[in-house]
Ligand binder design. Structure first.
Ligand code: HEM
Ligand SMILES: *[C@@H]1O[C@H](CO)[C@@H](O)[C@H](O)[C@H]1NC(C)=O
Length: 502
């Protein structure tokens, strides 16, 4: 749930203004002078001067986000601050500073901040927003459980391959007509995390499942709306006002209720001898007597919610970028298919063991993640103590955004930074790792789903390209523009999936 904070930046620049509050801020401007003076004795990082209470909220509110961000970065460089209400954001760019924050000072920036719009819903439950001992316990347990499944009947890889067969069938049903693959891909990806946490997958036409994914999608859109950001500035007022933020809270409640229902089912059917999924394993852990334990039912609901939230949209958005790039770059798609045909052939499904023999395909998937750049400002951390970064004083409580775009589009690191080009990850035909590639972040809070996501990306992608060629609909030009929401996703598109001659 914490992912949305990165999108604060986007939304600040992109969202509709609240002109009524302008007057108020004009008055407060006078007070701003005072605030600036008070801060001057320490070496604070530069940034546009803000108003007290609202900070830079109104300055953000401009029609053309990219240009403004560019201007600020040009003006203030690789490290600067923004204020929003009583939250202070710091944005660092470039590999040296990002490593400084995530690795060298990883222990300082280990926590997530309490951002009102999220705190209102999840408090400090779950995996993404929790801190301290509770976070450690929950993270360790989730990692272990993810590793163990397989525990039950099927290994994780088998589950993904089975789901890839359902996905292939669902796409075949489109009969070569133009379609938006969002729905099928989202279902397939979500089913993997559902089968790990709930113990089962859903049929793509299941009404409950459709509602669930719809709710998730609504949340991802609402999060970036200006009322929701205003809640961060004036939580104590906004709490009582109607608006988008209330709708957002309602949508979260729906997800919570859904998962509560699933937990209830599991409690009724629990067989301690046979833990088949994350919820079973968690219930077993809860039954152990330990007063210091963070394993309790409310936390179970929010941890499950976090896995669902973090594990669905990220991976499915990446796959939607992947299919789009295939349709836009047919010659690259052809090379990948040639590699699949050579290494896997037509008669069997790809497996993870094939990956090491498929450097071109592997490179292309990495390139999709580089160009997709779905979490441009990472998932923010917070300074747990006063510290210094790049020579600037960073007070405790500063929210730290690491600009991953600055790595993924760095002209010093990539031959053609703005163009899709799998050669970026190849050297003499072999796959080559790159340091400036961090879609899963790094350090102590690095994504716990990285292995799972990589397996999903590889298997879904290769299974689809083995069976189909993706093309723009006749007489259509596909756009590579992105849409601003919690994760940066391609604008909705339609493509045709042509079955390959076998
Ligand atoms: C392409 C897919 C994915 C991408 C790009 C991605 C990216 C990220 C990033 C950038 C973070 C923040 C790490 C940090 O603060 O340093 C994160 C955290 C997290 N991810 Fe992923 N992720 C993906 C898939 C998944 C999946 C499939 C799961 C499900 C198991 C998952 C679960 C989580 C969780 C629970 C956290 C919070 C970890 C913590 O705060 O300790 N992610 N992810
Ligand atoms: C992040 O990095 C990109 C690429 O270097 C740059 O264009 C952008 O302005 C940076 N954004 C911020 C907020 O620093």
């Amino acid at each position: 749930m914490w992912f949305p904070l990165g999108s604060v930046l986007h939304s600040l620049w992109g969202s509709a203004p609240l002109h009524t509050l302008f007057l108020l801020s004009a008055i407060l401007l006078i007070l701003a002078q005072y605030l600036q003076k008070r801060r001057s004795h320490l070496n604070y990082p530069p940034g546009p001067p803000g108003l007290p209470i609202v900070g830079n909220f109104f300055q953000m509110d401009l029609k053309n986000p990219q240009i403004i961000i560019q201007k600020l970065t040009k003006k203030y460089g690789n490290i600067f601050c923004l204020h929003l209400g009583n939250l202070t954001f710091m944005i660092v760019s470039g590999l040296p500073l990002i490593k400084e924050v995530l690795i060298n000072q990883g222990h300082v920036f280990i926590d997530r901040a309490k951002v009102p719009i999220h705190f209102h819903v999840i408090k400090t439950f779950g995996l993404i927003a929790s801190n301290g001992q509770a976070w450690k316990q929950q993270r360790r347990f989730a990692l272990m459980t993810l590793r163990n499944f397989g525990l039950g009947k099927k290994t994780l890889e088998d589950r993904i391959r089975e789901e890839a067969r359902y996905l292939t069938e669902a796409i075949r049903e489109e009969k070569e007509q133009p379609f938006d693959p969002r729905f099928q891909i989202n279902n397939a990806v979500s089913n993997i995390i559902c089968s790990i946490t709930f113990g089962y997958r859903f049929d793509y036409h299941d009404v409950q499942f459709r509602d669930l994914l719809k709710t998730l999608d609504v949340i991802l859109h609402l999060e970036t709306r200006s009322e929701c950001q205003l809640f961060n500035v004036f939580p104590w007022i906004m709490k009582f006002l109607p608006g988008t933020h209330q709708k957002l809270f309602g949508e979260w409640k729906k997800l919570e209720t859904f998962i509560e229902g699933i937990v209830k089912q599991h409690k009724e059917n629990l067989n301690p001898e046979e833990t088949l999924d994350y919820i079973d394993a968690y219930l077993k852990e809860m039954s152990k007597d330990n007063i210091h334990s963070s394993f309790e039912e409310k936390n179970l609901v929010f941890c499950t919610l976090d896995l669902f939230f973090a594990g669905t949209d990220t991976t499915s958005t990446t796959l939607r970028w992947a299919l789009l790039f295939m349709a836009v770059y047919p010659e690259i798609q052809g090379k990948i298919q040639a590699e699949i045909d050579r290494v896997v052939g037509h008669s069997r499904q790809p497996t993870m063991d094939d990956k090491e023999n498929m450097p071109y395909t592997n490179a292309a998937i990495h390139e999709v993640q580089r160009m997709g750049d779905i979490l441009p400002f990472n998932v923010p951390r917070v300074a747990t103590v006063d510290t210094t970064v790049g020579g600037y004083h960073v007070p405790k409580g500063t929210i730290m955004l690491t600009n991953l775009t600055s790595l993924h589009r760095d002209p010093k690191e990539w031959a053609t930074p703005e163009t899709f080009n799998p050669e970026h990850f190849l050297e003499n035909g072999q796959f080559k790792k790159k340091e400036a590639f961090l879609p899963f972040s790094m350090g102590k809070r690095v994504c716990i789903g990285e292995q799972l996501a990589r397996a999903e990306l590889f298997l879904f992608f290769t299974c689809l390209l083995q069976k189909f060629t993706f093309q723009a609909p006749p007489n259509t030009q596909l756009s590579l523009d992105s849409e601003v929401r919690v994760t940066t996703s391609p604008v909705s598109y339609k493509i045709c999936a042509l079955p390959r001659a076998m």
